[in-house]
Design a protein around this ligand. Structure first.
Ligand code: FAD
Length: 435
């Protein structure tokens, strides 16, 4: 019997999954596959990494759903190219389907598997699923990519208007489940066999409360309200469909919809300017002479800077794997501008800790904070953590929750003086940029 294979990666769901829907239409029985990629897992130093627990949980759910349909999910751990080599030798696979991933490692991995497949006369088909729009779908009139979010967004809104939302937020039908291959159920291996332990962190639910969407525009900027969706991790691993959420947001909340477009925007920037993964978007900023004081960096990581807004954000991150967007901006700005630590150090720390870590959005957020990214705001706009607190946590509700010793003798004095740090930062940035 001949088969098509579908490779799950950042799309861990059976509903509205573009590549899967195409595989189910192929005319072949579809073998679903998931691979725990050893090159990714081996780089994670925390053996209780919550993202691994999350993926393991989602994969277990998927496997059960497929077993209930009389099929199964083949789950492996190893190097994808080797696993596919063995699978191509074991099953008469004629076609391989997957959804596109835009990170540099994933692009190389997929290219290697594609070349392997083609060498064995297996056709490969990849699809857009992870984003609403890929890089070539929204370009300036001269064919170049947008680098300013507002212009990008306005163009997209026009396009959606012209094409019609129903054609943009398409639901890819995966109901043809009789096309999955039929097999006996196979057991799932234990998380411990991957060398990881279950995380004690809680994962956000799949659904958003209606009240959050309704009040999003008024409350989203106030961390103590906890009025954002926490859906980042589900978008990251595709346990929900971005099209379904965007469709609902488009109808109900323009502001929430606009936030989803930021995600697309940063993905587009990474696709169009892949060098941002290693360098400043504006290369002149690569010349900044960071102080990289390790004691300061440690204090920042631990939420012990003596600036309560910064400390509250870092402690929320360390304890929950989540940090509110306002705090991400404040803490990132503080590390880069007040402590003169290279934004890449902070980017790496967030990458290790955030449940919703996404290379493109994290990189975009950090470059924004450092002033070296796509944003046009001049570098001399430096967040004042105290003013941020007065504006966004005026009654210290958020701070008291995460920094209980704040206001007592036990709370540490500030590690740097705001005015002095500001002046020094301006000098260092000016020196680099006047070269
Ligand atoms: C320094 C820094 C680092 C960041 N790192 C990440 C990251 O690793 N992963 C990540 O998903 N977001 C990142 N963001 C963006 C933003 O902070 C988070 O998406 C948001 O706080 C997640 O919470 P939520 O799901 O409750 O968001 P909501 O406010 O409910 O927004 C819904 C969704 O919209 C998208 N979104 C919202 N704001 C942004 C934004 N500014 N940029 C890109 N997408 C956005 C996310 O997918 C988010 O889940 C970062 C921002 C900064 C300033």
């Amino acid at each position: 019997m001949n088969y098509a294979a579908f490779w799950f990666r950042r799309d861990l769901r059976l509903e509205d999954n573009h590549g899967l829907s195409q595989a189910l239409k192929s005319g072949f029985a579809v073998i679903p596959v998931f691979i725990f990629d050893e090159s990714i897992l081996s780089k994670l130093s925390n053996k209780e990494d919550a993202r691994v627990s999350f993926i393991y949980k989602q994969v277990t759910v998927l496997k059960q759903e497929l077993q209930d349909l009389g099929s199964d999910l083949l789950v492996f751990a190893g190097k994808p190219e080797n696993i596919w080599n063995a699978l191509f030798d074991s099953y008469a696979i004629k076609q391989l389907y997957y959804n596109r991933d835009y990170e540099s490692y994933a692009i190389q991995r997929d290219q290697a598997v594609k070349e392997l497949a083609i060498s064995k006369n297996i056709a490969c088909f990849s699809f857009k699923d992870h984003v609403l729009f890929e890089k070539d779908e929204c370009l300036k009139d001269d064919g170049s990519p947008y680098t300013v979010f507002t212009a990008y967004k306005n163009r997209l809104l026009k396009q959606i208007d012209m094409i019609g939302p129903g054609h943009v937020f398409v639901n890819h039908d995966c109901s043809n489940v009789s096309s999955f291959w039929k097999c006996n159920s196979m057991p799932m291996f234990e998380l411990q066999q991957l060398g990881f332990k279950p995380s004690s962190l809680e994962f956000p639910e799949l659904s958003i409360r209606q009240s959050i969407i309704k009040q999003y525009s008024e409350k989203r900027d106030y961390p103590y309200e906890d009025a954002t969706s926490h859906l980042g991790i589900h978008f990251r691993f595709g346990s929900i469909s971005i099209r379904q959420k965007a469709k609902a947001a488009f109808a109900l909340s323009p502001i929430y919809f606009s936030e989803l477009l930021w995600r697309d925007f940063y993905s587009m920037i990474l696709q169009a300017f892949p060098y941002v993964e290693y360098s400043c978007f504006k290369p002149a900023y690569n010349l900044i002479e960071w102080e990289n004081n390790e004691q300061f960096f440690k204090a920042w990581c631990e939420g012990k800077t003596g600036y309560p807004m910064v400390d509250a954000g870092m402690r929320q991150l360390n304890q929950t794997g989540f940090m509110h967007n306002r705090l991400r901006m404040i803490t990132a700005s503080f590390l880069v501008k007040h402590l003169l630590v290279d934004w890449k150090w902070g980017e790496a720390y967030f990458a290790e800790k955030l449940l919703d870590f996404d290379l493109a959005s994290n990189n975009g957020g950090w470059q924004w904070a450092a002033g070296c990214g796509t944003d046009a705001a001049p570098y001399f706009r430096i967040f004042n953590p105290e003013l941020q607190q007065q504006r966004f946590d005026p009654e210290f509700k958020f701070i008291k929750k995460w920094v209980p010793e704040f206001g007592t003798e036990k709370y540490l004095p500030p590690i740097v003086n705001h005015q002095e740090a500001r002046t020094k930062c301006l000098d260092v940035f000016k020196k680099a940029l006047s070269n």
